[in-house]
Design a binder for this molecule. Structure first.
Ligand code: BES
Ligand code: MN
Ligand code: ZN
Length: 505
């Protein structure tokens, strides 16, 4: 994890002496630059050469001296970032994403040139608040500088990453600092989720999930409960226990609670914490199986979001449940044809042991609803390969039984730059998972695989407003963006935080 420290530098840009000063240039209708006078002077030197037109996504790196007026800037490099035309007429979500992408591009320059301290020279663009500008740029840079190198030998003089961002040309320090802190909370939580996901299956087990939650609870005075295997047996959590049968690692159900003084509503988050999915007896093919260490990304996203919740203290109660186990092939493993009983008594026939995510989520949903009576439930899971066929790596699948929640989540996702696409729930799909021998079965065949999986969960939430996010296509190999690294993306963390901020505002 590397979250750069943010300092407010004041107005006097010529005093900034760091490795790199970043200046932003927008363009007006007639392609004239909208920027500081000094930057305009610098740019005039290139007039006619069309090296830089301030288009969105365009950038130009210059080395000192930047112009005849040598004394003016003391930074050693000047990076000009194009913001494109009509920046003040963009929809909020478009503006935020443009700024994040710019931030990601800045992060790339930092990595390439091994820069540890940079200045962001905030431009004065009509219609765009400086605090918003600062917040989303910082978010983009912070998300973009992420790297996971825990298991690589380090040289002593190795680059330590970007350490400090100075915000230059700030008018209202208080407002900017407040907004930037939200951006940083998004960065911290997303980096945390990526860190968890990057840990391999042997180093991120249910025990590690539990330890993380306990530590977070101690640090921020949250309540943490870990339901261990013995208690699961007493409670009858047949889904989690079944998936765990072939494993040497004990399963855990991790519960983290944030309760403000007088909460009006309760949001319940449930994340799939499958620390490695071999498929079980319905074994997966060897190719690509390694990626199944990421099958805990839903749980990681839910827990990581709690970090931001704990820091920001919204006025809504948030309960986070992460059922966690791996899905292995030991002698006790469940077999196709086995029948299990979920928490609350619903029986299920196991048709395919690789459809295990829904089994552990079902217990957590049923238990959470009974225990916490939530007003809204959001579950997150790398649940089906089918969602990749449907939506590629560009959209998270959203399925819900409630219009209000759907709208709110879509809005939050769009502001977060994490697009979701809704798929239907329908009785016809629920029929596909009717079983001859039990109440339901755990697969509905290949057709509509994402939807039948959601219908399985639907059985356990009934009428409680609920939304299911299938992040199998977006939790890693996510659509390419400057601020998304290779490997786990930390998807849905920022959507959750955004959503909770709105409800708890
Ligand atoms: N964790 C997988 C889903 C998955 C597959 C996520 C590929 C990301 C990439 C899940 O447990 C699973 O194996 N689902 C099966 C369900 C099927 C057996 C009904 C699937 O999608 O193939
Ligand atoms: Mn599976
Ligand atoms: Zn799985």
């Amino acid at each position: 994890m590397n979250v750069p420290k943010i300092v407010v530098f004041g107005k006097n840009v010529s005093e900034f002496k760091g490795d790199l000063l970043v200046a932003f240039v927008a363009a007006d209708k007639k392609n004239k630059f909208i920027c500081d006078d000094y930057v305009a002077t610098v740019l005039k030197q290139f007039a006619g050469q069309a090296d830089f037109e301030a288009k969105n996504d365009e950038q130009l790196l210059l080395y000192a001296p930047f112009s005849q007026d040598k004394a003016f800037l003391k930074a050693s490099r000047l990076l000009l970032i194009g913001l494109g035309k009509k920046i003040s007429r963009l929809k909020p979500e478009e503006l935020f994403e443009r700024l994040r992408v710019a931030g990601g591009n800045i992060a790339k320059v930092c990595k390439k040139n091994k820069l540890s301290e940079i200045g962001l020279w905030l431009p004065e663009v009509k219609g765009v608040e400086e605090a918003i500008m600062a917040r989303y740029l910082v978010e983009g840079v912070g998300l973009g500088v992420y790297e996971f190198s825990s298991y690589k030998k380090k040289d002593e003089d190795e680059y330590q990453g970007l350490k400090k961002i100075a915000l230059v040309n700030v008018s209202d320090e208080q407002v900017v600092t407040g907004e930037v802190e939200r951006g940083l909370n998004n960065v911290r939580a997303t980096q945390t989720a990526r860190d968890m996901a990057n840990e391999p299956g042997n180093r991120w087990t249910p025990t590690h999930f539990a330890r993380f939650a306990t530590d977070l609870a101690n640090q921020y005075k949250l309540k943490c409960t870990v339901i261990e295997k013995g208690e699961m047996e007493e409670l009858g959590m047949g889904g989690i226990l079944a998936v765990n049968q072939g494993s040497h690692e004990a399963p855990k159900l991790i519960i983290l609670e944030y309760s403000p003084a007088k909460p009006e509503k309760t949001i319940m988050l449930v994340g799939k914490g499958l620390t490695f999915d071999s498929g079980g007896i319905s074994l997966k093919p060897a190719q690509g199986m390694m990626d199944m260490k990421y099958d805990m990304c839903g749980g990681a996203a839910a827990l990581a979001a709690m970090e931001a919740v704990a820091r920001e203290k919204p006025s809504v109660r948030v309960i986070c449940l992460v059922p966690s186990t791996d899905n292995m092939n030991g002698g006790g493993a469940i077999k196709p044809g086995d029948v299990i009983t979920h928490y609350g008594g619903v029986t299920a026939e196991i048709e395919n042991t690789d459809a295990e995510g829904r089994l552990i989520l079902a217990d957590a949903l049923a238990y959470g609803i009974e225990k916490y009576s939530p007003d809204f439930i959001i579950d997150l899971a790398t649940l089906t390969g089918a969602v990749i066929i449907a939506l590629g790596h560009h959209f998270t699948g959203l399925l819900s039984n409630n219009k209000t929640l759907t709208k709110a989540l879509k809005d939050a996702a769009s502001l977060a730059g994490e697009p979701v696409w809704q798929l239907p729930l329908h009785e016809a799909f629920a029929k596909q998972i009717k079983s001859e021998v039990a109440d339901i079965k755990n697969t509905g065949g290949r057709p509509g695989g994402t939807i039948t999986a959601a219908e399985y969960l639907h059985t356990f939430v009934g009428k409680t407003p609920w939304a299911h996010l299938d992040i199998a296509g977006t939790a890693w190999d996510y659509t390419s963006k400057s601020y998304i690294p290779k490997g786990p993306s930390g998807i849905a963390v920022r959507t959750l935080i955004e959503y909770i901020r709105k409800v708890g505002a």
